[in-house]
Write a new protein. Structure first.
Length: 158
């Protein structure tokens, strides 16, 4: 990571300190990279960080995303049948659109300022602070590629 400015404006450094985390180059690199590539898996983060900032092990990436998720700097989402993905958008309640074919993931806004934006009919005594909704379908590129097969359900392994 020599010679590559990881966090030129210092925002990530301030966020790490405010969250009570040590400021390290791997944490800065991961948070900086994720700002431009939300909904990335640990493997994608590792590849992207390595390309831009230099060598970092997958184990180091997992350590960073775990610490930053626990500190509230990242959100971990787990679409069914897909690897966990991470994003910097935290502090609100939003949902996701996931393409069945290419796994593109897009945020869908929810009711602003109200958590959760969905309430179950019976909470069974739970104190509910978040609702996660994933809408599945085909992204515009996959619909165009599928042509007349647009109504077919696609799964990554097919």
């Amino acid at each position: 990571m020599v010679g590559v400015p990881v966090n030129p404006d210092g925002v990530v450094v301030r966020e790490l300190r405010a969250a009570g985390l040590r400021v390290t180059m791997p944490r800065q690199a991961v948070l900086t990279w994720l700002a431009g590539y939300p909904h990335s898996s640990a493997d994608a983060i590792a590849a992207g960080v390595r390309d831009k900032f230099g060598a970092l092990s997958l184990q180091a990436i997992y350590g960073v995303v775990t610490a930053c998720t626990e500190a509230g700097l990242l959100r971990r989402i787990e679409p069914a049948g897909r690897p966990a993905r991470y994003e910097r958008r935290v502090g609100d309640n939003h949902h996701y659109l996931v393409c069945r074919r290419c796994a593109q993931t897009t945020d869908v806004d929810c009711v602003a300022g109200k958590r959760p934006c969905l309430e179950p009919a019976d909470g069974h005594g739970f104190t509910i602070d978040e609702a996660e909704v994933v809408f599945w379908g085909l992204c515009p590129a996959c619909v165009a590629a599928a042509g007349s097969m647009a109504g077919t359900h696609y799964h990554e392994e097919e």
